[in-house]
Design a protein around this ligand. Structure first.
Ligand code: NAP
Length: 307
């Protein structure tokens, strides 16, 4: 029987673990097969406070995990298969274990979204990717497209510009939504250009990507472009499918929180990107992780004294 199980090990889950461990809750983290979350797929993190020279995303996550381990947090490196909130204690099934806990913090984050084209799905891993850090190396000195106009797209474009011959950002409008600093960074790169008001209709190629069919969103005009790789950076989807039917999710799948980190089920708390469409920063996820651990402490204390 656990006092607290934390599901997920990005900045939210690991910060929750640090606080809960220091608060004497002896937390167990089910870290997931993609342990560390989205920061494991990032390079330079320049906006996490405390690192004046910046830090690599994976290094930050290793530091957070070591900090949690320093206070005797335990980890299970498996995915959660299901959770049952209808029973007390709560039941968490992982790939090989059945666990029981008096409280839960859910922090499973979010994953990259795809365009949804058949040609895109067929060519994933064959020139189509959602992660420049993971796959950029395969496109050294080649020509690639980045789809999207947000921070993710700018990060991908900036990273790829260091490896590729040319990077073309394809955006469906004529205005980027990315933060200005990132826009300026990308616009300063000589080998990056932009195709505005355009979407990908089809990704061409049989065994690997050879080009794209583009549609102008203003004129409807269709054009073709030769390209070696396509990086999709159009936002993220919360990893909440395993919660359907048990917790309230909004129309995009984000967990609806009642008060800070509380869900509608007493004893079940959330932190990080799975409950935050708006901010989605490492530091805000960490902040919510801290709050969730403090909320759990209060909840368990109240339970003990029947408050
Ligand atoms: P986002 O801000 O939602 O941007 C998604 C972009 O993709 C938008 O430009 C959107 O176009 C476009 N898009 C969406 N669906 C599309 C489709 N089906 N076809 C073509 N284009 C499509 O997502 P994000 O860039 O992943 O950022 C999400 C959050 O994470 C933000 O809060 C961001 O600040 C944060 N983030 C921060 C950093 C950082 O370095 N600080 C890095 C990555 C992410 P429209 O503009 O027309 O809607």
């Amino acid at each position: 029987m656990e006092k607290l199980i934390i599901i997920g090990s990005g900045p939210a889950g690991l910060t929750a673990a640090i606080y809960a461990a220091r608060g004497g809750l002896n937390p167990l983290v089910v870290s997931g097969r993609e342990a560390g979350g989205q920061l494991m797929l990032t390079t330079d993190v320049d906006d996490y406070p405390g690192f004046e020279e910046g830090i690599q995303g994976p290094d930050l996550m290793v530091k957070m995990r070591k900090q949690a381990e320093r206070f005797a947090t335990r980890f299970i490196n498996e995915d959660v298969v299901s959770v049952d909130f209808s029973r007390r204690p709560f039941v968490v099934k992982t790939e090989s274990l059945i666990l029981n806990s008096n409280s839960l913090i859910l922090s499973t984050g979010a994953s990259a979204m795809w365009l949804g084209l058949a040609s895109e799905q067929r060519l994933i891993g064959k020139g189509v990717s959602s992660c420049a850090v993971c796959d950029g190396f395969f496109f050294k000195d080649k020509n690639v497209i980045v789809v999207g106009g947000g921070d993710s797209a700018m990060r991908e474009a900036a990273y790829l510009s260091k490896l590729c011959k040319k990077v073309t950002v394809v955006h469906r409008r004529d205005k980027l939504r990315a933060q200005v600093a990132l826009q300026e960074l990308v616009k300063s790169k000589k080998n990056v250009d932009f195709i505005w008001n355009s979407v990908i209709e089809e990704i061409l190629g049989q065994e690997k990507v050879s080009g794209v069919k583009l549609k102008n969103t203003q004129t409807g005009e269709i054009s073709q472009m030769q390209i070696d790789g396509v990086f999709i950076a159009i936002g993220h989807k919360p990893n909440t499918d395993f919660l359907k039917g048990q917790l309230d999710l909004d129309e995009k799948g984000y967990v609806v929180v009642e008060n800070e980190t509380h869900t509608k089920i007493p004893g079940v708390f959330v932190a990080g990107d799975m409950a935050d469409y708006h901010y989605r920063q490492a530091v805000t996820a960490a902040g919510m992780g801290c709050k969730s651990a403090m909320d759990v402490e209060e909840y368990l204390e109240n339970q003990k004294f029947g408050v």
